[in-house]
Write a protein of this length. Structure first.
Length: 191
């Protein structure tokens, strides 16, 4: 029903964002990974999926079409609903998850909080063939950062941030002439 919503981000939490578009604030549930790609006060397009159940309608959002596509594949797995799929997407990058599905690494998938070994194995069994064709789910390689930006990424990783989140945050924060400390401070929400 809704392919995407283009508007201003007005609120961000670990599990949702609010996008104001046309005078309406849409609450959109996102993974913790996706939440890191949005900035309050900035206009952006949030790719969306509307889930309708007996409890009502819930809007789920994604930072990319690829993440939305993976979400749709995950909810096609028996026993995984939209909330479970968002939890899985918040547990690791899409690139890693696809790699673990293709290689059959159920231990890595079950390391996601709330995902047991049987669920991980079911994901692999039901989705493995869908990712053997590389054209099905293109995954963008992580761009290498060097110099001050690269050092800032390493500091964030050492502080516990996932590498992809750290790289994305540094790319948004870094400006020519900044020190490593200034970059890290700005990347984690400082000004």
């Amino acid at each position: 029903m809704y392919a995407y919503i283009k508007g201003i981000i007005t609120e961000i939490s670990d599990s949702s964002i609010t996008v104001e578009a046309g005078g309406i604030g849409y609450e959109v549930y996102v993974s913790a990974y996706s939440a890191s790609f949005f900035t309050i006060g900035k206009e952006c397009a949030v790719f969306t999926y509307l889930a309708v159940s007996d409890d009502g309608a819930t809007l789920f959002g994604f930072s990319s079409k690829e993440e939305k596509s993976l979400f749709i594949k995950l909810i096609s797995v028996n026993g995984i609903g939209p909330k479970g799929a968002i939890t899985i997407l918040g547990g690791m990058s899409a690139k890693d998850l696809i790699s673990y599905i293709i290689s059959g690494n159920s231990a890595a998938i079950s390391s996601i909080k709330g995902i047991g070994k049987k669920t991980a194995e079911r994901i692999i069994i039901e989705l493995k063939d869908k990712f053997n064709d590389t054209g099905v789910m293109p995954v963008q390689p992580i761009l290498q950062l060097d110099g001050v930006a690269g050092e800032a990424v390493e500091v964030l990783v050492a502080l516990g941030y996932k590498r992809e989140v750290a790289e994305h945050s540094v790319k948004k924060a870094y400006e020519d002439g900044m020190t490593v400390n200034q970059t890290v401070h700005k990347a984690i929400g400082g000004k």
